[in-house]
Design a protein around this ligand. Structure first.
Ligand SMILES: Cc1cc2nc3c(=O)[nH]c(=O)nc-3n(C[C@H](O)[C@H](O)[C@H](O)COP(=O)(O)OP(=O)(O)OC[C@H]3O[C@@H](n4cnc5c(N)ncnc54)[C@H](O)[C@@H]3O)c2cc1C
Length: 502
């Protein structure tokens, strides 16, 4: 009967009408479109100005013919085969991002499970220690590390070398747990088990399977496999714990579904160049194919990423202006590599998941869709910070060469099977200029807080207006939050989102 809101989404049921009010929304990314979608339901007259020739902003799946423009690099056009794509921006939806899943359901975007953790993918430590330049299955490192650590602690506890404020009875229970956790034998020693896989798999007749020797702890340490490059991010990070999802056919299907609902309210190729508050509204100047134009509206929601907004004329307060100019965004980049054959599946048995390396590539993402089909695109690097800056400073051709050169050390099939690539450096990409907003705890107070209030007629929304940075959920939650604030102001209600206590 629609009486019970679907958990775990926060309740959102504004009442009253916004009829007669014109709201200008800047940016047709997920935040702008979700705001427009909800405001339209409430009767507002919305106009959405979008600088690009497509919607979605960072929610972008690169397909044949897609074009990107980076500062200093010019345009870059994707030459992938029809039907193939890779997610240059978001690729994962955590199961607890209820609002993202809510919109997928409401807008009819089918989702599928995304395989983020794959014990059969590789760790590859380039140029470091005894295990240097060897691809090692994730399961070998995980289980050997777990085994050695459990053995160390169990022996220490048993021999009284590790002091813990526990009774002998409890200590014995911990040792028993460590034996199970690490796969230790009766003497609390770690020996290889099937957990770390086989060098000859079990089969028919007398083929019982053969285990390899564990990797020595010292070798793993010296090769940097305990360094931050190889941390167990996927398993431990709250946002990356299973179950994860993705939109079937590309994450941009979410953006496309919003666009379908909003239709002519979205003006593409409309680049905003000035935002000016006045006593009775807001005036926005933008440029489209026909030249400079201006629009007046009662209120405005600005979702333009801050590094881009920083170069736009405005008359915001000094606190807001300082925030816009100061918030730092993540440097990050990806490259999609199209191959004739899905050799990572056919030859290596890798179906989805991530290979980690300490070199400039950082990570290789294997697609979690269309398994065992013909061709495929894998993400040849997904890097951050200095590595992303260095990669982004290369030409598109050099980035491809880097991905092929370093990637073929892990997958020798690369050169033979490679067809075409497309690289995106988000910090250099026009209309984005960064991956996502980064705030220190101090900046949450000094920079973030002033933007949470509207600057007269202008509200700020987008992933940067939440604690869900780097997530679509941030864009969507911020849109609802701003719609609630704006609607309260127009209708004189006291309506907060999320509702207190929810
Ligand atoms: C590499 C990468 C990986 C990510 N991975 C994930 C993931 O796995 N899961 C997940 O949930 N999220 C992920 N995200 C985060 C997610 O993509 C973003 O949080 C979300 O898409 C941001 O939406 P937004 O509407 O706030 O901003 P944007 O998408 O940036 O939208 C802003 C819009 O404003 C437009 N604009 C800019 N300048 C102007 C102008 N002058 N005039 C008019 N319009 C303008 C832009 O073109 C854009 O369309 C990832 C992001 C990146 C970059």
């Amino acid at each position: 009967m629609g009486l019970i809101p679907a958990a775990p989404v926060h309740e959102f049921r504004p009442e009253g009408s916004g009829e007669g009010k014109h709201i200008l929304i800047l940016g047709a990314g997920l935040a702008g479109m979700a705001a427009g979608y909800e405001l339209t339901k409430l009767g507002y007259n919305c106009t959405i100005l979008e600088a690009r020739d497509r919607v979605g902003g960072r929610c972008w799946s690169v397909r044949k013919g897609a074009v990107n423009e980076e500062t200093g690099q010019g345009q870059h056009k994707a030459a992938f085969d029809e039907g193939l794509y890779f997610n240059a921006g978001p690729s994962r939806i955590p199961h607890h991002h209820g609002l993202t899943l809510h919109y997928c359901k409401e807008l009819g975007v089918p989702i599928q499970v995304y395989n983020n953790v794959n014990e059969n993918a590789y760790y590859f430590s380039e140029g470091k220690g005894p295990l240097s330049n060897r691809r090692i299955r994730v399961r070998e490192v995980h289980n050997d590390m777990r085994g050695w650590m459990a053995e160390l602690l169990a022996k220490g506890l048993d021999g009284g070398k590790v002091e813990m404020a526990m009774s002998r009875e409890d200590t014995l229970k911990v040792i028993e747990y460590l034996r199970a956790e690490g796969g230790l034998d009766i003497d609390k020693l770690y020996k290889a088990s099937a957990r770390r896989g086989y060098i000859e798999s079990p089969g028919p007749g007398d083929r019982e399977g053969r285990l390899g020797d564990p990797l020595a702890l010292a070798a793993m340490l010296q090769s940097g496999l305990l360094d931050p490059d190889f941390y167990n991010v996927a398993e431990y990070t709250y946002e990356l714990q299973g179950t994860l999802f993705q939109a079937v056919g590309g994450m941009d299907r979410i953006a496309a579904a919003f666009q379908q609902r909003l239709g002519r309210l979205i003006h593409l190729n409309a680049e905003v160049s000035s935002i000016r508050n006045s006593d009775d509204g807001v005036k926005v100047v933008y440029r489209d194919g026909a030249g400079d134009k201006s629009l007046l509206a009662d209120l405005c929601i600005c979702t333009i990423p801050l590094p881009v907004l920083s170069n736009i004329d405005h008359n915001f307060s000094s606190d807001v202006s300082r925030a816009i100019d100061s918030v730092v965004y993540m440097n990050t980049g990806k490259i999609g590599l199209q191959f004739k054959r899905r050799f990572w599946e056919e030859d290596d048995g890798i179906y989805g998941g991530i290979t980690h390396t300490n070199n400039q590539l950082t990570q290789l993402f294997y697609p979690s869709n269309d398994y065992l089909s013909g061709k495929g695109i894998l993400i040849g690097y997904y890097n951050f910070n200095d590595k992303a800056v260095a990669t982004g400073n290369l030409s598109y051709r050099q980035r491809e060469e880097l991905a092929l050169d370093k990637g073929s050390q892990i997958h020798p099939q690369y050169r033979q099977e490679f067809e075409t690539s497309f690289a995106v450096s988000w910090h250099k990409t026009k209309y984005s200029l960064g991956g996502w907003a980064l705030y220190s705890p101090e900046e949450r107070q000094s920079l973030y807080k002033p933007m949470l209030q509207p600057d007269r007629q202008v509200y700020f929304a987008g992933e940067h207006m939440t604690y869900l940075n780097a997530w679509m959920a941030g864009a969507l939650e911020s849109a609802r939050s701003v719609v609630a604030a704006l609607h309260s102001r127009v209708t004189g209600q006291r309506f907060s989102y999320p509702a207190l206590g929810s």
